[in-house]
Write a protein that binds this ligand. Structure first.
Ligand code: F6R
Length: 301
């Protein structure tokens, strides 16, 4: 009976109240342990989220820094070569300007060595000046013919460049519907010093498709080098794919060389999408983006 009483009252054999301090200490230790484990789990989850985010960013925009312009051009040509080998019917988006000339030369070399064929390739160019005749020495039509098309076995009927002559509204509609029916597998881009891509100047809405533009003074000045350095000879309007069309491409290669482009490259590799820096729209691309630059264009990274 005495034993039962002691148990009920939680007394020891001599009738003293049992000392529960060690039990309490153990419970406290248990609670501390649980709190620490919870904190560690939360930290692991936060780290995993950061890593997944970083992996997604670097996986989506791959930066390739080359020693010089030639190496940059070859690296871009390597990616295009691989695509043409895997998909001889590929649809390419092409750019003009000084940046892609080395890549076009490299593709011509590889075509001459029979490494690649353009027989079944289709192309869509980004843009064209409005008001220049198709065969004007500075039209983008002429540029493409001189720098690439006349050297390879492409069917000219499969090459598309927005029309700079005729009714601008109709030309815009026609190019937009062509793009709707042809998904670009690989889009090549250069970038302007002010961050423009195609002729999408700073401030252009990222949601619009093919459209007419009035060129910014900076772009007109930059392009004067192709018009005997005479600003008056540079067309002031152009027709261009919109950012929306560019982002529709499966894969994008952005190329840039020289310190003039360093700021634009810093912006595209950053985390801020800014309508005033059109190239930053590439951060929103759903597929793969290769940013291939020389050391000078990478100097602000
Ligand atoms: C050309 C084009 C432009 C150029 C840009 C850079 O089709 O769309 O956006 O890519 O103006 O020009 P370059 O390469 O001459 O520095």
């Amino acid at each position: 009976m005495k034993e039962n009483e002691n148990e009920l009252l939680d007394l020891d054999e001599e009738g003293n109240i049992k000392d529960k301090t060690p039990e309490k200490n153990n419970k406290n230790k248990d609670n501390h342990f649980k709190i620490i484990v919870t904190i560690i789990i939360i930290l692991i989850i936060i780290c995993a989220i950061i890593l997944i985010f970083k992996f997604y960013k670097t996986n989506h925009i791959e930066l390739i820094i080359s020693n010089d312009y030639d190496e940059m051009s070859k690296k871009a040509a390597d990616i295009i070569t691989e695509l043409l080998k895997n998909n001889p019917n590929a649809i390419l988006g092409l750019a003009t300007g000084s940046t892609p000339i080395g890549t076009y030369n490299e593709l011509i070399n590889r075509y001459n060595k029979k490494e690649i064929s353009f027989e079944n390739v289709t192309t869509f160019n980004l843009d064209e000046y409005i008001g220049l005749e198709q065969l004007h020495p500075q039209s983008y039509y002429k540029y493409m013919y001189e720098h690439l098309f006349k050297h390879i076995n492409i069917n000219l009927d499969n090459t598309h460049i927005p029309k700079g002559e005729g009714n601008p509204e109709e030309n815009v509609k026609e190019y937009e519907s062509l793009l709707k029916n042809n998904k670009i597998n690989l889009q090549i881009l250069g970038v302007g010093r002010n961050g423009h891509i195609g002729f999408n100047e700073p401030g252009t809405n990222f949601d619009i498709g093919v459209h007419d533009v009035i060129l910014h003074n900076k772009t007109v000045k930059d392009n004067a080098r192709f018009f005997e350095n005479d600003i008056n000879k540079v067309p002031k309007k152009a027709i261009t794919m919109g950012i929306k069309n560019i982002l529709d491409a499966e894969t994008i290669i952005l190329m840039a060389n020289g310190t003039d482009k360093a700021e634009a490259i810093k912006n595209v590799m950053g985390n801020r999408v800014d309508v005033n820096i059109p190239v930053t729209a590439l951060q929103m691309h759903k597929g793969k983006v290769y940013v291939i630059v020389d050391k000078k264009a990478a100097s602000k990274l």
